[in-house]
Unconditional design. Sequence first.
Length: 317
Amino acid sequence: MNTRALLTTAFSAGLLALTSAAHAGPAVTPLVDTDWLASNLDDPDLAVIDVRSAIDGSNAETFAAGHIPGAVYASYTGAGWRQAQDGVPGKLPPVERVSNLIGSLGVDNDDSVVIVPAGVNSTDFGSAARVYWTFKYLGHEDVAILNGGYQAWVDAGGDVATGASQPQAADFEVDLQPELLADTAAVEAALEGGDQLVDARPAAQYSGEAKHPAARAAGTIPGAASLEQQLLVEAGSARFLDRGRVESLIETAGIDGDGPVVSFCNTGHWAATAWFALSEVAGLESVALYDGSMTEWTQDPSLPLAQGQQALTELLN
């Protein structure tokens, strides 16, 4: 072998070693099933985070009564994944606080992370989607959601452990991806620039017939397409639709994914499900999430609102 070939081989081997070191955990896709999780559960670089919470009627006692072996508990509503800020619920907390939370769960940058919701409905799936988005915003690529959640694990006959989780704290370093988070100014710019806005709320809120209690007024952002989050998950579960069905809904909604897209809802919760569908399932590029959403947008009476639009359910009918 000549010198150039030897150098090339050595470089390739070194690059492979660096890649392996950077991705020590098992390879994940945005959604993993119970069979995948069962076969990888003993991997020391796999972190399973159970985010069951008051949204699905769960708490720490529920987790202690039964959970996936090796999982750690971090309630979506109680652990600190979101916070109220200036009258707006559900905002992303300071990055240092979130990274400290993740480290306290024993998760480091070498880990592949699987997030486990309860598995009861689409709003419950939104808990996992928002935590998934948080990991992506912090620059952690190796993250997945257990499709169907804990209920799917139980239904599949998976082993169940009991007792509280006692993780050993780890260092979790952040590599922010600011393009994934939109604030009000960014949404104003998107509106003026003709970028695609996507409203994940139910039909009545999209059309302006109803509103969130924390919103000042009803309506949606002018020009926003409707992608109702409950249509993206199989009814009565937290099983996400397959890519073909998601793309069909996106097409029916008239969503143009050729340019930047911003998803929103009331508090950035349902918006995470729409973001997940657009970015992680359909594979659209340049999709951001507006965590302040309509509760923040409507605080400023000078910002425009539209009413009377046809939601996706009406378009489907």
